[in-house]
Design a protein around this ligand. Structure first.
Ligand code: C2E
Ligand code: CA
Ligand code: CA
Ligand code: CA
Length: 278
């Protein structure tokens, strides 16, 4: 403490140093992860609430480091955004998800929508729509079988984001708003933006039977969406009771541990096979 000020480094506490070097390690690890095949996708079913049938799949990224084990996207996606690594990673995710969906279609399974999470940094790239077009062409996937999950933060941003949405929409791609209702944004964008679906955030779904206000919000979001000709999917559905509530409120789709956790492609094959026989 005596020497404080001579060297700015000394302003950092040991805890801060540790946090910084942990972050640097993570960044170096993440740079390697793509090359070394440490990233993979898992898939979570999205179910039609009325018919109980599978209608879509969300692709979610996983990072399995050989020494550190499984690292949650909640821990590395923000870092990937900060460092720009989200650009190559996001492109890899999109390609991988499109190829997997096309593979399932080629194998004779029913046509499903594949939903892919897009971070704002990715979406703001000037050539984002071009990249998507290229990936669809390379994978051979019909744009109608791709859905991009965007967050409200993307939308608030720029005229460029809005024109990108229109280009994607014209290509026939579905657009949804992820974590709807958690982003402090004005609702006015719902009037003008070419959106197909609202995804009710799991924080609302979780509390349907815990807090009456959450239940009211869920049913209000569903009604509002339907009045605007939008579809609604609820995420984080864990119980039969939550599903019944959503059914009663005429929510279109549901996703959550009640149906399945996110699973590797091989396990998804089994679920797809069941869809064929039932
Ligand atoms: P998200 O897009 O909101 O994804 C939903 C998260 O909730 C996933 O966590 C999923 O595994 C989890 N989940 C699904 N059903 C249930 C449930 O019934 N109960 C509970 N408690 N959780 C459930 P995950 O896979 O850890 O992903 C976390 C976040 O990381 C995602 O939130 C998304 O924002 C981001 N992320 C994941 N994959 C990607 C990706 O490929 N690209 C980008 N940009 N972000 C991604
Ligand atoms: Ca999502
Ligand atoms: Ca979400
Ligand atoms: Ca989220």
């Amino acid at each position: 403490v005596k020497e404080q000020g001579r060297n700015s480094f000394e302003f950092y506490t040991p805890e801060m140093n540790e946090a910084i070097s942990k972050k640097m390690k993570l960044e170096i690890g993440l740079r390697k992860a793509l090359d070394q095949n440490e990233l993979k996708l898992v898939y979570q079913p999205q179910m039609d609430v009325k018919t109980g049938r599978l209608c879509g799949i969300e692709a979610l990224i996983r990072w399995h480091h050989p020494e550190w084990g499984m690292i949650s996207p909640a821990d590395f996606i923000p870092l990937a955004e900060e460092t720009g690594l989200i650009l190559p990673i996001g492109e890899w995710v999109l390609y991988q998800a499109c190829v997997q969906n096309k593979t399932w279609q080629n194998e004779g399974y029913p046509d499903l929508r594949m939903a892919v999470n897009i971070s704002s940094r990715q979406f703001q790239q000037t050539n984002f729509a071009e990249t998507v077009k290229k990936i669809l062409k390379e994978s051979g996937l019909d744009p109608a079988h791709l859905e991009l999950e965007l967050t409200e933060s993307i939308i608030q941003d720029s005229a460029h984001a809005i024109s990108t949405m229109h280009i994607l929409k014209e290509m026939g791609i579905h657009l949804s708003i992820d974590d709807f209702g958690t982003g402090y944004s004005s609702l006015s964008y719902l009037k003008t933006f070419p959106i197909d679906t609202l995804k009710i955030d799991q924080s609302f779904t979780r509390n349907i039977f815990i807090n009456q206000k959450d239940a009211s919000l869920v049913s209000t979001i569903i009604n509002m969406a339907h009045n605007l000709d939008l579809k609604v999917i609820a995420e984080g559905v864990e119980t039969m009771e939550q599903l019944h509530f959503l059914q009663q409120e005429k929510c279109n789709e549901a996703q959550g541990y009640f149906f399945s956790r996110p699973i590797p492609a091989e396990e998804m094959n089994t679920i797809l096979q069941q869809q064929l026989v039932t």
